[in-house]
Design a protein around this ligand. Structure first.
Ligand SMILES: C[S@@+](CC[C@H](N)C(=O)[O-])C[C@H]1O[C@@H](n2cnc3c(N)ncnc32)[C@H](O)[C@@H]1O
Length: 259
């Protein structure tokens, strides 16, 4: 375990922000705090991330509540937030933001926190447990989002007309990738894995957009290895659309913009 993780766990054990540790180096843990810290270290050494233990994760400079029912927000996903903020700012039309597979709702909350004006927003997840977490985060930030439970875009298909901007960081890993990556073993599998080489849910989403005729700009997060396959799927379902691939901080293809 690195020193940063240790400090975060120690701060959690004494219920103080980590900065407290640096401003009070003389602080001595009580026995109860010490026992808690030992337990947190035990969990960390058994595959739980610091965020899973502290139930908090920083994303786009904001603090999100997380638990075992949601994916812990990843730094890679911040790219989508930045791109969507830019897209909304340069759009003159009235738009509705729709986040599909919202999890902790880190994407729409971060977008809305960084816009000068509120935008009507829906956030959808198939998991009611995840939606509880999402609602709590939106309430914490005083952000107005309409949360809906259902399969992909289905819950809003009869509700919306006009232009939408849709964000989707859906499960996109293969069963094999999930098995081979011990760091994600403690996260909800249904938030990470999809059939058909990880692309089954994105394919269904593209199908929904095609059949509904929604006027949508869509942002999808992918695994870099899926670049060619996702291009093919988009061309199959939305042949008229423009596809742009954006790279993450590691220089890897991470975000697909379809307009
Ligand atoms: C990879 S997690 C992403 C969570 C969040 N958007 C983020 O970026 O941290 C995918 C989310 O999609 C949800 N999900 C899975 N299948 C779905 C479906 N068919 N319709 C709607 N949501 C789904 C999962 O419950 C999970 O919360």
């Amino acid at each position: 375990m690195d020193l940063i993780d240790f400090d975060l766990l120690k701060a959690h054990a004494i219920k103080k922000p980590k900065e407290f540790l640096y401003s009070h180096p003389e602080y001595r843990l009580s026995i109860w705090e010490w026992l808690k810290l030992k337990y947190f270290i035990f969990l960390r050494n058994h595959g739980y991330s610091v965020a899973a233990i502290t139930k908090h994760k920083e994303f786009y400079g904001l603090d999100f509540f997380v638990n075992k029912h949601v994916l812990i927000p990843r730094p890679d996903t911040e790219l989508m937030v930045t791109e969507v903020i830019e897209e909304i700012k340069k759009t003159n039309e009235k738009i509705t933001l729709v986040d599909v597979g919202t999890g902790s709702s880190c994407i729409p909350i971060s977008v809305l926190k960084n816009l000068p004006e509120p935008v009507p927003t829906y956030a959808i997840d198939i998991s009611s447990q995840a939606l509880k977490v999402a609602k709590k985060n939106a309430e914490n930030y005083g952000i107005k989002i309409q949360f809906l439970r259902g399969n992909l875009l289905e819950p809003i298909l009869q509700k919306i007309s006009g232009k939408i901007i849709s964000t989707a960081n859906l499960p996109y890993l293969t069963e094999q990738q999930f098995k081979n990556e011990p760091s994600i073993a403690r996260e909800p599998k249904n938030a990470l894995v999809a059939k058909n080489n990880g692309l089954a849910l994105y394919e269904e989403l593209l199908q929904q957009i095609k059949t509904s005729g929604l006027d949508a700009t869509i942002f999808l997060e992918i695994d870099p290895s899926q670049t060619e396959a996702i291009n093919k799927l988009i061309t199959k379902y939305l042949p008229e659309s423009k596809i742009e691939i954006k790279k993450d901080l590691g220089g890897l293809n991470r975000l697909v913009k379809i307009s």
